[in-house]
Write a protein that binds this ligand. Structure first.
Ligand SMILES: Nc1nc2c(ncn2[C@@H]2O[C@H](COP(=O)(O)OP(=O)(O)OP(=O)(O)O)[C@@H](O)[C@H]2O)c(=O)[nH]1
Ligand SMILES: [Zn+2]
Length: 354
């Protein structure tokens, strides 16, 4: 196992030098659970904790290590190390923390490509696909669309879906496969490059685990069934969160990743619908919302049939959701501030009465 096998490259070496981290060992975080980490490198696999300095200088959850991070470490013995710092991330997939509304939770970092997995049977949904694209843009991850279970429909139906995708989504590779017959596997193996890092976004049951197992060459994860039961009587699927595939690609698949997609589209919308982005440069008003403005190039394109109506509707819907999310965060901050003020006055009041 070399660092390169884990995805290390010249770019990272440069970052390591720029950040004066030559004196430390380097490793990649391959799993994280409640601030306990596992870091892997050419010397082995280590349980890890962060230094007090890293903890106290962290302003938010985003400053803590996440799966996929490259970290500067000091190795203490054959299975323990301390994490000093995190190398700057090239990408990060995050979601809103369900517990603490408004707080961002990083799911995985330094991902090059996301496989957007949808099954062609009941699961296929264009809006969800566009939502995944939004997440990719916001996360700085390149998307690859993967359609699974093509063995369940006939060739004609597959072509129809491919056509539908191509009219709505431009410049994103689409691969249709069957995990059952392994049709299309040559194509998916061809897009997975050695040393590049991948993740999968897709609903439950679309075949992500089956695909992962097949690409890794050995079973990493049991599919369709629950693989292990803990002493607490709770069932968990136990598997590695960062897997090196047979052809050298690296695949991150952690539990948090499976929740991504029901998350909010907070940014990158304009880019996802890159057509809309480009069109909006010709809108009469700079702050055009593309809903009812005179001289709106987007509305014009819809009317002329140059822009798909459903795409436009979906764009408006996502914009509304985004506005809603942003206003709830702002409202929460305002509430917190008001509460703080109230507590201050209350305390003043009490002191006065003393
Ligand atoms: N016919 C057919 N069945 C498939 C295909 N891929 C997966 N399946 C089946 O679909 C079921 C779900 O597959 P999984 O690989 O567990 O799906 P998953 O996306 O990992 O699901 P979660 O673990 O719930 O997120 C299993 O019974 C698989 O055997 C396929 O290409 N064709
Ligand atoms: Zn407009």
């Amino acid at each position: 196992m070399t660092l390169e096998d884990l995805g290390y490259n010249d770019q990272l070496e440069k970052l390591r030098n720029e950040n004066n981290l030559k004196a430390f060992d380097i490793g990649r975080v391959i799993s994280e659970h409640k601030e306990r980490y596992v870091v892997k490198n050419d010397k082995g696999e280590f349980e890890a904790e962060i230094t007090g300095h890293l903890r106290f200088s962290s302003k938010s959850r985003e400053d803590f290590p996440a799966v996929g991070d490259w970290v500067a470490i000091t190795i203490y013995d054959s299975d323990f190390c301390i994490i000093h710092s995190i190398l700057p991330r090239s990408s990060a997939i995050s979601r809103q923390d369900v517990g603490k509304f408004g707080e961002i939770q990083i799911i995985a970092t330094n991902i090059d490509y996301a496989l957007l997995v949808q099954a062609v049977d009941r699961d296929f949904n264009m809006n969800r696909l566009e939502r995944y694209l939004t997440i990719c843009n916001a996360s700085k991850v390149d998307p690859i669309i993967v359609l699974t279970k093509i063995d369940l429909i006939d060739e004609h139906q597959t072509l129809e879906i491919l056509e539908k995708i191509k009219t709505r989504i431009k410049n994103v590779p689409v691969i249709a496969i069957s995990n059952e017959s392994q049709d299309g596997y040559d194509k998916i193996k061809a897009v997975i490059e050695k040393g590049k890092t991948y993740c999968m976004l897709g609903s439950s049951g679309v075949g992500k685990s089956t695909l992962l197992n097949n690409l890794s060459g050995k079973p990493v994860m049991q599919t369709g069934t629950i693989s292990q039961s803990t002493k607490k009587g709770k069932h968990v699927t136990s598997h590695r969160e960062l897997v090196i595939l047979e052809n050298g690609g690296i695949l991150i698949d952690n539990p948090g990743m499976r929740e991504v997609g029901i998350a909010d589209p907070t940014s990158g919308l304009e880019m996802t619908f890159d057509v809309i982005g480009r069109l909006s440069q010709n809108c009469k008003f700079k702050d055009c919302t593309h809903t009812n403005e005179i001289g709106c190039a987007v509305i014009e394109a819809v009317e002329k049939g140059e822009l798909d109506h459903a795409s436009y509707e979906n764009y408006l819907k996502l914009e509304r959701e985004k506005a809603h999310f942003e206003s709830s965060v702002a409202e929460r901050r305002k509430r917190d501030k008001e509460f703080g003020k109230m507590m201050k006055n209350y305390k003043k009041d009490i002191n006065r009465k003393k």
